[in-house]
Design a protein. Sequence first.
Length: 453
Amino acid sequence: MRIVFYSTNSNVFDEDTFKINVMPSNASAFKDFCAVHSDDDFFCVTQKPGMFLPEFDSSEGDTKSQIHYLPQETDTDSFVDFVLSLKPDLAIAMTFWISPYDWLPVSDAIVAEKLEAAGVKTVCHSVECGLNCFDKWRTHNLLAQLGFTVPKAVFVDHDLYFCAGSNREVLRNVYKESVMAQIKKLKLPLIIKDTTGLSSYGMTVVHTYGEAAGYLNSKRNNSNRLIEEFIEGRQYGLEIYGVPGKYTVLPPFTFSVNQYGITSPKQSIKIGPCELPDSLREMMLSLAEKLELHGCAQVDLILDNDGNWNIIEINPRLSGMSYTYASCLGMSLFEMMFRAAVNTMNDGAHNFRSLSLSKGENTADVNKYVLNLKLPLVSESQMKEILKLPGVRLLNQTNDLAAKQEREKGFCECIIVDEQKSVLEKTVARLCELFPEDAIVQQSALMLKQWNL
């Protein structure tokens, strides 16, 4: 077969100021993947930064002719025409994310629709699925409609909330009054979200109705908002791979939270894999079937204090957990997506200790200890040295050279995997020596000591 891995980008990307460095490289992973599946022809078509796909400046000569980066200004039709020029039998979306709008699942879905119309089989979520997951208010309502437990919430339309400001005929804004009346029926504390924002960026927790009103009346309220009751509990995330009727639910990881009780993408520590209860597995399979997922989707969850699983967010794309799962399973993301699309992943085991993603005799055990933490930015030579530490499987550094605030400049994601917890403890102890002032590294050491999954 001729198979294309593809992804699009709707945004400007300045490669001179934003640097991404993955070790081992995506290019080397793709080369190894192609060697294993030598009976098939594989291609990659993307736009910078092309996350998860082989790097633009890859020196992997054997596969360089199979990797295509199209100009940022390439429109959808031109992108589709290029993919069709490769005469693929199958196209698999390797969707990534961008800021401020996490809408690339929709972009890739539009490409998939056009490829399907041209007779090419695709593995990509639908446009409807992408839109349902893009808008948090739309997601909230859909989950409730499908019978999943969701927190009580109020939607705030930005234009209506401020419409009285420039209208002389209006003496009082009835819409604003109705919003505040609804908010006062919610149980404190509350979490305020941008309905179309990426991940948890911009989320705010308030503990009084006065705080909520102050936020909504301030300049921080610059778009539609979703206000939900804040769910107390432990935060988790997991990924689902496959197509309707053939899904694999991977075991969850637990996430650290910041001082506000929110998981921060730039600071969170992921630890696992945790046990996958039958109830959660069945819940996720039901979600996948009802959304008709095609490919990979990531789900954020909270296990509340009453023992109930709550779906917080659905990301129909590869995620900040994808490299962690690949490292845990000893597979590349190309292999995982290929199996989800062509062979399907074996989801026969309910117990995460025996879960495998199998094709014939090739299996991957997840009976391992895995830690994902964010290190401070380091040099390339430092990355190479850290990669030599026991258990370190992958480093993924993002560096925004144009950022002015230190916390916005980036981090180096470090994934440590081993069958022995002691190996992780020794490696983290070494990282504590290398970064004695870094709070995240120190917190990781503490979480390892308290590990009880």
